[in-house]
Ligand binder design. Structure first.
Ligand code: NAP
Length: 689
């Protein structure tokens, strides 16, 4: 039996007492002794804040994304070591894939999101600036910066790798150091994974610590800059959220608790339909993957009363085909629960449901295992003929157990689903768009995710039970009231949003992005001749002018085929309440603007890859004279690529200085030769829209 160590204050630390012994889910043999005794929790929290935090906060979002990518790739390269250990949790290879490779996948997904959706900066600008003074001299912007504390992440036993990594990824990307506290039962797997990460040397000191065992007095040392991310039972969640640190010091608290998730079979999805088969398959999958020990597993299967017998029979028949046994055997589809204690808890929950349900199936053949020593349990389908009985909606059997019940109409399905008191996810099986809309909007407020299935997504659906890094994971009420992942939402939970007010120049300096009304530097020559590092925020050009003629408009219509009346039909355009006469195409205005600001010769601007936020503010009439004010608004270095992305604020003005079009021009601008991977000699040509 291995004594697990914690990784605190930059070193591995063994407990100074024996601790709790955990056992192998399949053989019952001792696996690990777990204890956190001897850890100085105050010093551990301080180490995160004083050592990990400052280093992480000095890095940009892109630099932190690069760390996540390296950790994810490293774990994938070492995954077999984790697979070998994972069998002792009762998991089959497929179960472990979700945990191990799914966990590494979350890191990679956040790494890619960080580089694509966040700035290469330490400050995240949140939304557009607000103009607070009529003359534009006083403005405001919302900025988001990392919390200055530590994220304490407490995880449930069922996903020892994924559970830790899906919390770690957004915290690290945000710039907040982490203390992982795995559930005691499966801490041996988390400990091995953290060892791989620590040994890789990828993360800076203090960015990641691990506490195996209880959290001692850690909560007493948390404050308003710290965060607690909890996954586990509703009972523990309510205990922790009422801790004085959370209540008195407003420590951020996010809970993912238990949940009796529903699957709803549509009224027209009877036996013989593809949706009926998909429903049956999904219920069986959710009951048996991880032996039903998934927070997202389907616990309540709702079917129209007329299909209840057929659906119960079909699920039972499919369950009878599931091979249960040794998770190390590749033929096995369902392994063991995590422990015999957990099996006892599930059995207690089934017993508690016995007065409210009847058993459809609760036995199976156990292949090649000792069911006394291993934590094996047959998939158990229960049936409720009194679906308004609250027990079937509130008793969570955290194992391979589901209750099937009937409903009459969508309103009934919605109210039965809501009896769960808030859930992580529900699935709806229907081909009828009206039913899908009715059910989804009816249950959405009670759920973090709704998964709508028909035959067209049979091969592409990611499944009822799979939380995805880019989608919200969490749910209201009983599900904990929290929200994890959800792409950048998960990162934002670790940032403080601050409204900053001041002059445009001050806001430009603070945010690193050019703000409307801020100073423009018009004395640098043509900015398209400047390399990425020579461009400053605010470097600008006010172009020569160009008068738009009727010939321009007609030629543009001819060459593009855009003969919209406002450009070509004098009488109709004159009658229009918007134009009052023929006007230039908006796209002609953009094209003429490009002709004014583009530098034609080969130079640092490699390409124009798009425009953002384009608005045509006023019509442009034949005879109008246009100029462009083009200002370097935002720079994003693409590390190692030889270029950076530059967004230019473009304002197209007419002879009265009215803005007729406003947009961001997005370009790729080369680094100086030899810098950031750029070739020694400049070989590219100038960009144009
Ligand atoms: P649990 O008993 O509530 O434990 C969850 C975590 O909390 C474990 O790490 C546990 O550590 C820790 N913990 C317990 N008491 C604590 C305390 N007083 N102070 C600090 N930490 C404490 O839940 P579980 O049995 O591990 O997990 C099963 C439950 O989790 C199920 O109800 C399931 O629905 C839920 N779950 C929810 C999600 C979700 O995403 N919503 C995901 C998975 C599981 P020890 O192990 O050391 O006691």
């Amino acid at each position: 039996m291995r004594t697990l160590e914690s990784f605190v204050q930059g070193a591995w630390q063994a407990p100074d007492s024996e601790g709790v012994a955990t056992s192998h889910a399949v053989t019952g043999d001792p696996v690990a002794a777990v204890s956190s005794s001897g850890i100085d929790f105050a010093a551990t929290a301080r180490y995160a804040r004083d050592v990990g935090g400052p280093t992480l906060r000095s890095m940009t979002f892109h630099e932190r994304a690069t760390l996540l990518k390296a950790v994810g790739q490293h774990l994938l390269s070492e995954k077999e070591e984790l697979y070998d250990l994972s069998t002792a949790t009762g998991a089959t290879r497929a179960d472990s894939w979700i945990d191990i490779e799914g966990g590494a996948g979350v890191l990679l997904s956040y790494a890619s999101k960080g580089r694509r959706e966040l700035p290469n900066s330490t400050v995240l600008l949140d939304g557009d600036p607000e103009i607070l003074a009529r003359d534009g001299s006083f403005i405001a912007a919302h900025i988001a910066t990392p919390m200055n504390g530590v994220a304490v992440q407490i995880n449930a036993f069922n996903f020892p790798c994924w559970g830790a990594l899906e919390k770690l990824a957004p915290a690290l990307l945000a710039g907040v150091p982490t203390i992982i506290k795995p559930a005691t039962q499966t801490a041996f797997l988390t400990e091995s994974m953290v060892r791989l990460i620590v040994d890789s040397g990828i993360l800076p000191d203090g960015a990641l610590q691990l506490v195996c065992g209880g959290v001692g007095d850690l909560f007493n040392h948390l404050g308003g800059q710290d965060l607690i991310g909890f996954t586990g039972s509703a009972t523990t969640a309510s205990l922790l959220r009422t801790h004085p640190a959370v209540v008195e010091r407003s420590t951020r608290f996010n809970a993912e608790a238990d949940s009796l998730n529903a699957a709803i079979l549509g009224l027209e999805s009877g036996p013989g339909s593809p949706e009926f088969d998909l429903f049956v398959t999904e219920v069986v999958t959710e009951m048996t993957v991880k032996a039903g020990q998934k927070c997202t597993a389907i616990r309540r299967a709702l079917v129209p009363h007329v299909y209840l017998d057929a659906a119960a029979d079909a699920v039972a028949a499919a369950l009878a085909e599931v091979r249960v046994g040794d998770p190390a055997d590749p033929e096995t589809r369902m392994g063991a629960l995590v422990s015999t204690t957990q099996r006892g808890e599930v059995a207690d929950a089934v017993a508690a449901l016995s007065g409210s349900t009847t058993v459809v199936i609760d036995s199976c053949v156990f292949h090649d295992v000792d069911v006394e020593r291993g934590a094996f349990l047959a998939p158990t389908l229960l049936r409720s003929d009194n679906p308004i009985d609250p027990k079937v909606h509130t008793t969570e059997a955290f194992g391979p157990v589901t209750t099937i019940m009937g409903y009459t109409d969508p309103a009934d399905a919605i109210s039965l689903t809501a009896l769960g008191g808030g859930s992580l996810v529900a699935s709806i099986y229907t081909t009828n768009p009206d039913e899908a809309r009715l059910l989804t909007t009816g249950i959405a407020a009670h759920h973090g995710r709704v998964h709508v299935v028909d035959a067209s997504v049979a091969g592409s659906s990611t499944g009822h039970g799979s939380p995805l890094p880019n989608l919200v994971h969490g749910g209201p009420g009983r599900a904990g009231g929290g929200e994890e992942m959800g792409g950048l939402r998960g990162v934002r939970h670790h940032l403080q949003t601050t409204a900053v007010q001041g002059s445009p120049d001050m806001l430009t300096a603070i945010t690193g992005e050019w703000m409307p009304g801020s100073t423009r530097d018009l004395d640098r020559g043509h900015p398209f001749k400047l390399n990425f590092e020579d461009l400053d925020i605010g470097t600008a050009i006010h172009t020569d002018s160009r008068t738009v003629t009727l010939d321009d408009i007609e030629n543009f219509a001819e060459s593009t085929g855009d003969h919209f009346y406002a450009h070509m039909d004098e009488a109709a355009a004159a009658a229009s309440p918007i134009f009052g006469g023929r006007v230039a195409h908006g796209y002609l205005v953009l094209s003429l603007a490009a002709g004014l600001f583009v530098w034609p010769d080969p130079g640092p601007v490699l390409a124009n890859y798009g425009i953002d936020r384009c608005r045509f503010a006023k019509p442009t009439y034949p005879g109008d004279t246009l100029t462009v004010l083009l200002t370097c608004r935002r720079k994003t270095l693409r590390a190692g690529s030889g270029y950076g992305e530059v967004a230019w604020d473009a304002q197209v003005l007419n002879q009265d200085d009215d803005v007729v079009a406003a947009y961001d021009v997005l370009t790729m601008v080369a680094n100086r030769p030899g810098v950031n991977g750029a070739p020694p000699e400049q070989t590219d040509n100038g960009g144009g829209i």
